[in-house]
Write a protein that binds this ligand. Structure first.
Ligand code: NAI
Length: 478
C-alpha cells in the first residue's frame, strides 16, 4: 500500500537534490505518492512572513509526513525560519541527527564515529522570544518547560533502547544557569534512573563539545537543549566529514519531517554538483519510519556501495576530476541496487523496534505550593549614578516589600559600593517580601512609587517559590 507524503523542493540546491532523491526512490520501488508544496523563498516573496504556503499547511495536516529540501531564510526583516515554524507548529520536539564516518572511503579526521544527537527542537533560545526595552539592551528568553525537557530526555532513552545503543550523554551548563539547565540535568538523572540498562553521562556543555570534537568515537547518544544541540550536531557532522551526507528526522506530536542536515548551499545552486546524500539519507529514515524497511535498506546499501566504489560528488571526491554530478550520482546509486557494502556496516532490512514516543509528562503537577514572594522591576535609566539612584529606589519599597538589591547585568550594584560603574541602562530592582508571601497589591504599590519618582519601568518579573524552593536566581555578589 502506498503512503502519501508532502514534498517541498526548497531553495538553492533543494530542487536539484530533491529531484535526484525522488528518482532513486522511484527506481527502488518505494510505495509513495507525492503532494508537492511550496515552502521558502517563493512564498516569502509573496509577503508570507513564515514562508509557508497556505496550501502546504493542509497537505501536511493530511499526510503528517514532510520530506523537505533545505530552505533559505532571508536575514532580518521579520522573516521567520520555515524550519523553526514547522517544528513548533507541528510539535516536532525531537530532532534526531546521526553522525557517522565512512573512512577510508570519505576522508575524515576521525575513525569509527557512530553517534546520534537528540536535540530538543521547540524551546530554549529558539522559542525566539526577544525584546529590546531600553536603548542599550536587548534580551532573549531561554525558555525550558519541565514537560518539554521530560519529553526529549525520555525520547533519547527510548531511542537508545530501541536502537541497541549503550550510553546517553547529556550536555548542560548548570554551573551557571542553575534554574533552566539545572532542571534539565535533574530531569536527566530522574528519568535516566528508569533505564538501568543504559549508561549515563553528564557533561558541562563547553568541555562536552570539546570532547566530542576531540574523541567523537567515544560518544553514543547525546541529548541536549535546542541551541547546544544545533551547535554540537554541526561540530560533530563537520569533524566526521558528513555535513553533506547526513539526514535528520524531526519527530513529535503532530507529524514527522525528514530533511538533510545541511542548508540550501546558495554558492553552488544551479550547478548540478551538489551531493544529494543528505536528503537521500533523510528519505531512508522516512522509509523506515513508514514501514518500508526493505526499500530503505535497498537504497541505503546501494548508497554505501557507491561510496565504497569511489563514485563521489565533488564535495567528497578525492580525485576532483572524476567527481560525479548530482544526477549522475543518483544514477550510480540506482545502478548499484542489489549490491552490498564490503566494509561499511550495512543497513538492516527490518524497520527495527519502533521508538516509543513518550506522552506529555506530568511531574510538574507534583509541586504543591507556589508562593509569590517578591518582584524584580527593571528600570530604563541611562548614565545613572547608583550612589544617588539606589536610595531613591529604596524609598519606593514598602514595609512588607522592601528593596533587596539593585543590579546591572546580573551583578549587584546596590546596596554597597560597586567596584566599577555600570555600563548598561537596564537596572533590575529586587523587592523581596519580608514575611515570605506578598500580594499583587504590594507589587502595584511599588510600581506606583517608582512611577511617582519618575522612574521608567520597562519590565516586571514576579518572584515565586515552589514548595519553598526559589524560582529565581541570586544576583552575582549578593
Ligand atoms: P550550507 O549547509 O547551505 O552550506 C555550507 C557549505 O557546505 C557551503 O560551502 C555549501 O556549498 C556546502 N554544502 C552544503 N550542502 C552541500 C551539498 N549537499 N553538497 C555539496 N556541498 C554542500 O550552510 P549555510 O551557507 O550556512 O546556509 C545557507 C542557507 O541555508 C541559509 O539561508 C540558511 O538559513 C539555510 N539553512 C537551511 C537549513 C534547512 O533548511 N534545514 C539548515 C541550515 C541552513
Amino acid at each position: 500500500m502506498s503512503t502519501r507524503i508532502t514534498v517541498a523542493k526548497g531553495d538553492g540546491i533543494g530542487p536539484e537534490i530533491m529531484d535526484a532523491t525522488l528518482e532513486v526512490l522511484a527506481a527502488a520501488g518505494a510505495q509513495l505518492e507525492y503532494d508537492f508544496v511550496e515552502l521558502g523563498e517563493k512564498v516569502f516573496a509573496k509577503g508570507v512572513m513564515n514562508g509557508v504556503d497556505p496550501k502546504a499547511w493542509d497537505s501536511i495536516r493530511a499526510t503528517r509526513i514532510l520530506l523537505k529540501a533545505p530552505i533559505t531564510t532571508p536575514q532580518g526583516g521579520g522573516y521567520k525560519s520555515v524550519n523553526v515554524t514547522m517544528r513548533k507548529a507541528f510539535g516536532l520536539y525531537a530532532n534526531v541527527r546521526s553522525v557517522r564516518t565512512f573512512e577510508p572511503f570519505v576522508q575524515s579526521k576521525h575513525k569509527g564515529v557512530d553517534m546520534v544527537i537528540v536535540r530538543e527542537n521547540e524551546e530554549g533560545l529558539y522559542a525566539g522570544i526577544e525584546y529590546r526595552q531600553t536603548r542599550d539592551t536587548s534580551h532573549s528568553m531561554k525558555l525550558y518547560s519541565r514537560t518539554g525537557t521530560e519529553l526529549i530526555v525520555r525520547y533519547a532513552f527510548e531511542y537508545a533502547r530501541a536502537n541497541g545503543r549503550k550510553k546517553v550523554t547529556c550536555l548542560i551548563k548548570d554551573n551557571i544557569m542553575k534554574i533552566t539547565d539545572g532542571m534539565f540535568h535533574q530531569v536527566f538523572k530522574l528519568i535516566g534512573a528508569e533505564y538501568p540498562d543504559i549508561a549515563k553521562e553528564s557533561l558541562i556543555v563547553d568541555i562536552g563539545m570539546a570532547r566530542i570534537a576531540d574523541t567523537p568515537e567515544k560518544f553514543d547518544v547525546v541529548v541536549c537543549e535546542n541551541l547546544y544541540g544545533d551547535i554540537v550536531s554541526d561540530i560533530a557532522s563537520q569533524i566526521a566529514g558528513s555535513v553533506g551526507l547526513a539526514g535528520s528526522m524531526n519527530l513529535g506530536r503532530g507529524c514527522s519531517m525528514f530533511e538533510a542536515v545541511h542548508g540550501s548551499a546558495p554558492d553552488i545552486a544551479g550547478k548540478g554538483i551538489a551531493n544529494p546524500s543528505g536528503l537521500l539519507n533523510a528519505a531512508i529514515l522516512m522509509l523506515y519510519h513508514i514501514g518500508q524497511g526493505e526499500v530503505a535498506a535497498k537504497i541505503g546499501n546501494a548508497w554505501l556501495y557507491t561510496l565504497e566504489n569511489g563514485q563521489h560528488t565533488g564535495d567528497i571526491a578525492q580525485d576532483k576530476s572524476k567527481a560525479l554530478s548530482t544526477a549522475d550520482f543518483a544514477k550510480a546509486v540506482i545502478g548499484n541496487f542489489g549490491k552490498m557494502p564490503a566494509k561499511l556496516p550495512a543497513f538492516a532490512t527490518g524497520c527495527g523496534e519502533a521508538v516509543r514516543m513518550p506522552d506529555a509528562a506530568a511531574t510538574t503537577k507534583s509541586v504543591r505550593v507556589k508562593r509569590l514572594v517578591g518582584v524584580d522591576v527593571f528600570l530604563d535609566k541611562a548614565d545613572a549614578d547608583i550612589a544617588e539612584m539606589g536610595p531613591m529606589i529604596e524609598r519606593c519599597g514598602t514595609t512588607s516589600l522592601p528593596l533587596k538589591t539593585v543590579s546591572s547585568r546580573g551583578m549587584k550594584m546596590y546596596p554597597g559600593k560597586p567596584e566599577v560603574s555600570a555600563l548598561s541602562d537596564l537596572w533590575a530592582c529586587r523587592f523581596l517580601g519580608k514575611e515570605g508571601e506578598v500580594s499583587a497589591d504590594a507589587i502595584r504599590m511599588v510600581l506606583a512609587n517608582l512611577e511617582g519618582l519618575g522612574f521608567d519601568w520597562v519590565k516586571v518579573e514576579n518572584l515565586y517559590t515552589f514548595d519553598g524552593v526559589p524560582g529565581f536566581s541570586a544576583r552575582q555578589g549578593e
